[in-house]
Design a protein around this ligand. Structure first.
Ligand SMILES: [Zn+2]
Length: 330
C-alpha cells in the first residue's frame, strides 16, 4: 500500500472510532501500559556532559521507579519531562557517589513540590542507606537547617500553603528499607528480586536488581564484573542493563576486571543468561568512539545471539521494542 493511501485509511478509521465506538476506546484505555525504561545516566564517575551519573527510570503500571540517581541523573530526569512528585520508589544498587549523589535532590524537590500532598518516597538500598538518609534529612543532618527554615519561616509557609499544603508542615521522611541479596520486594503488579553484584565488596555492599513486570523482565546489574550470580538473576530476562566500563583486555589488574564489566565478559554473561536484549551502559569516554563502539557491538554479537543496544542518556526502551514491518516501495 502506498504511504498516502495507508495514512488515509488510518485517519478514516480513527475518526469512525471517535464517533461510534466509545466502548472500544474505553477498552483500549484500560489496556495495561507497556513498561517503559528510560536510561537517565549512562556515564561513569568521570565528568561528562554527554553521559551523566548512573540513573534509570522504570514506569510500570501506575508506579514510577528510579534505579540509582547519580550526579545529574535528576537533570536528565527533568529533561525526560517527568516530575519528582511522580516518583513512587527509589532503588539503589550501591552507595558509590556516581550512583546516589542526586538522592538528596530527588527527595528535597519531591518534598518541596509535593507540599505534604503525596505519599512518602519508598526507598530500597544496601546498608547504610538508612544512616545516609538520616544524615541528609534528619534534624541534625546536612539539610537539617534548610528543612527547618522551610517548615518555620513565614515566607516558606506561605509558599507551602499556596501549593495546597496544610500546616504544620511535615519533614521529608523517605520510607527506607535496607535490602540484601535474596530479598524480594512486591509492588503493585511488579516484583523486584535483589541479587549480588561483583564490585567493591567488602567496602560497599553491591546489589543488582531484577524487576518482573506483567509484560516482561528487566535485570539491572548496578556496577558489576562478570558474575555467576548475575547470570542466575538475569536468566531469561527481556532486557539486561549491564555495566560495560572498558574494552576487554585493557584492564590494569585482575581486581579491576572482577569489579568492572567489559564487553567480552558481558557477551558471555548475556549468552549464558539467555536474555533477549543486552543494553551496554556505564561507558567510559575512551570506548565511546566511532569504530570502537562498532567493534564492541560486533564482538559481542559473535558470542551473544540476542540484540545489543549501545546505551545513551535519555534512551527509552520497552520490552517488546520496535519492529521493522517490511520494506517500503518507492
Ligand atoms: Zn560503583
Amino acid at each position: 500500500m502506498k504511504r498516502r493511501a495507508f495514512l488515509g485509511t488510518v485517519a478514516a478509521s480513527s475518526a469512525a472510532a471517535a464517533i461510534s465506538d466509545r466502548p472500544l476506546e474505553a477498552a483500549i484505555a484500560q489496556q495495561p501500559k507497556p513498561t517503559k525504561i528510560t536510561l537517565l545516566g549512562t556515564g561513569t564517575p568521570a565528568p561528562s556532559l554527554q553521559r551523566v551519573g548512573s540513573g534509570y527510570l522504570v514506569e510500570v503500571g501506575n508506579d514510577r521507579i528510579i534505579m540509582d540517581h547519580g550526579p545529574d541523573a535528576h537533570h536528565r530526569f527533568l529533561e525526560s519531562g517527568r516530575r519528582a512528585v511522580d516518583i513512587t520508589h527509589a532503588f539503589f544498587t550501591h552507595l558509590h557517589y556516581d550512583h546516589c549523589m542526586d538522592y538528596g535532590r530527588l527527595v528535597l524537590q519531591r518534598w518541596d513540590q509535593g507540599a505534604d500532598r503525596i505519599p512518602e518516597l519508598n526507598v530500597f538500598g544496601p546498608t547504610p542507606i538508612k544512616r545516609m538518609t538520616e544524615q541528609l534529612f534528619g534534624e541534625e543532618g546536612v539539610y537539617g537547617p534548610d528543612i527547618r527554615a522551610r517548615i518555620e519561616h513565614a515566607s516558606s509557609v506561605d509558599v507551602f500553603r499556596a501549593r495546597g499544603g496544610t500546616v504544620p508542615r511535615k519533614r521529608p521522611a523517605p520510607q527506607v528499607r535496607e535490602v540484601h541479596a535474596g530479598d524480594v520486594i512486591e509492588g503493585n503488579g511488579w516484583k523486584v528480586r535483589v541479587g549480588h553484584a561483583s564490585h567493591v565488596q567488602p567496602f560497599l555492599e553491591c546489589l543488582a536488581f531484577r524487576l518482573d513486570a506483567p509484560d516482561g523482565s528487566l535485570c539491572y546489574t548496578g556496577d558489576s564484573g562478570s558474575s555467576d550470580d548475575i547470570v542466575e538473576l538475569a536468566r531469561g530476562c527481556d532486557v539486561l542493563i549491564h555495566m560495560n566500563h572498558y574494552f576487554s583486555g585493557t584492564a590494569p589488574s585482575p581486581a579491576y576486571r572482577a569489579a568492572c564489566g567489559n564487553h567480552k565478559d558481558n557477551a558471555l554473561v548475556a549468552q549464558r543468561a539467555g536474555v533477549k536484549t543486552l543494553v551496554l551502559t556505564h561507558l567510559l569516554a575512551q570506548i565511546d568512539q566511532p569504530r570502537i563502539r562498532e567493534q564492541i557491538v560486533h564482538e559481542i554479537q559473535a558470542v551473544f545471539e540476542g540484540k545489543v543496544v549501545w546505551g545513551e542518556d535519555l534512551m527509552e526502551l520497552t520490552f517488546a521494542g520496535p519492529r521493522i514491518a517490511g520494506i517500503e516501495g518507492y
